[in-house]
Design a protein around this ligand. Structure first.
Ligand code: LLP
Length: 427
């Protein structure tokens, strides 16, 4: 559904608009988000899972009012993990019952706001939080639907996973050693809570479905234990997000329908084996929905060949609009998009304008040897965790997000200005 192509002059177009014109109108750097593609991905996910499952878009990947409206229109639910994300969702009129609230240290204020608004579920992450949420719900005269987040002992990496007995990380309550079972025991006995299910999230940018298989099996095991101990069959399980996307041609992601089929089969099979009713499944993809829908457009400022090494191509953004390369050693691709070139490929490193040598956007890529200041280059697949993790380092102004659809472009998050920066500086 992506509407990106190249016209006869070699100029790339998105949604029918030439990037050269977009750069003139909106400036660079800027993120251009293909609304048609975003909506199509939402539909692909919800169609794949059907009416017996729920898809929650993970707002941490990228959230704005427009995104909330599109999700609402396409029938998706929303996972928020902070007061700020919750505020954005409510401001854009996402029905509260379609919101799931996550986080390992939600504040009392955030919890109160969520319960008052009537969020569909709060995902509990610690023993203290079980009591805290129950207490606030009771105070407000409500019974809050909750899930318990468990850690299943699966470490998922991009192309592999490791199943272990224990996990050493801050999220959730461990299945191993009985913490999760104890959490269920406590939650079932608190009046302010209605325990609707178990939640498990195993990692991000995952390609290997086997990690989900182990996770689902272990969660279903817990459901069976809960049934045996309490005589209750919890009606829902959430298998989290984490499905990978293609950043470079080496990545080969699964399609939503393959993912839905695999997950549904695993859960159904495990439940049959344990003689349990199959619970309602939910998932929380963030990256897989928004990641591929946007690219970052940069203008080349300087080109510096280093003899025998590579050419450093400096652009007008950098680690402030894409921290992922510096932080995770992430891989990206890049292309010249403002013209064609017959020049030989030259090994390049795309770097930003920040005062830091780790300020790398694309580690190694081939760009044409005649690349020159003023050329526009685009880095694809920057829809997830780029604008949402953008910073003001070196007092950079965070770039706008421009939505493109059907030959029209409009700003959905505007570019920051020096006034925005100085407004916060009240000293
Ligand atoms: N659900 C939960 C509970 C999560 O913690 C996450 C991501 C998701 C869903 C969505 O995962 P996704 O489908 O987007 O992979 N900043 C990192 C990714 C951090 C993911 C944190 N949790 C990155 O840029 O790669």
């Amino acid at each position: 559904a992506a509407t990106v192509s190249r016209n006869t002059d070699g100029v790339v177009t998105v949604g029918g608009l030439e990037v050269t014109r977009l750069a003139e109108e909106f400036g660079t750097p800027a993120y251009f988000l293909d609304e048609t593609d975003f909506r199509a991905r939402c539909r692909a996910w919800s169609d794949a899972f059907g009416k017996d499952a729920d898809v929650f878009y993970a707002g941490k990947a990228f959230l704005s009012r427009a995104i909330v409206r599109w999700l609402k229109e396409e029938g998706l639910n929303l996972d928020v993990c902070s007061g700020g994300e919750l505020a954005t969702a409510l401001d854009a009129q996402m029905p509260a019952e379609r919101i799931a609230f996550h986080g390992n240290n939600k504040s009392e204020r955030e919890i109160r706001r969520a319960i008052e608004a009537g969020v569909g579920r709060i995902v509990l992450d610690s023993f203290q939080e079980i009591v805290r949420v129950a207490h606030i719900a009771q105070e407000l005269g409500k019974r809050q639907k909750v899930q318990i987040r468990v850690t299943v002992g699966v470490e998922a990496h991009t192309h592999e996973f490791i199943a272990t007995a224990h996990e050493d990380q801050k999220f959730g309550l461990a299945l191993a050693g009985g913490q999760a079972a104890e959490a269920v025991r406590r939650a079932l006995h608190l009046e302010g809570l209605e325990l609707i299910g178990i939640h498990s999230h195993i990692g991000s940018q995952i390609f290997d479905m086997a990690g989900f298989e182990v996770s689902a099996r272990r969660v279903v095991q817990l459901l069976a234990e809960v049934r045996d101990e309490h005589g209750v069959e919890l009606p829902e399980i959430d298998l989290g997000g984490g499905l990978g996307i293609a950043y470079t041609s080496e990545d080969d992601p699964r399609e939503p329908h393959e993912i839905a089929k695999a997950l549904t089969e695993i859960v159904t099979r495990e439940c049959e084996a344990a003689n349990l009713r199959t619970p309602r499944i939910s998932v929380e993809p963030g990256r897989a929905i928004v990641g591929p829908t946007a690219f970052t457009l940069y203008e080349v400022g300087t080109v510096k060949p280093l003899e025998g090494l590579r050419t450093y191509v400096s652009v007008d953004g950098g680690m402030s609009d894409n921290i992922r390369t510096a932080l995770y050693d992430a891989e990206y691709s890049v292309a010249l998009v403002s013209r064609t070139s017959e020049a030989a490929p030259m090994l390049s490193r795309v770097v930003g304008k920040h005062c830091e040598s780790g300020d790398i956007v694309v580690k190694d890529a081939f760009l044409p040897a005649d690349l020159a200041p003023g050329d526009l280059i685009a880095v694809p697949a920057t829809g997830a965790y780029c604008r949402s993790m953008a910073s003001n380092y070196n007092h950079a102004l965070r770039p706008p997000v421009v939505a493109v659809a059907d030959g029209a472009a409009r700003v959905i998050v505007r570019r920051e200005t020096e006034e925005d920066l100085l407004r916060l500086d009240v000293g």
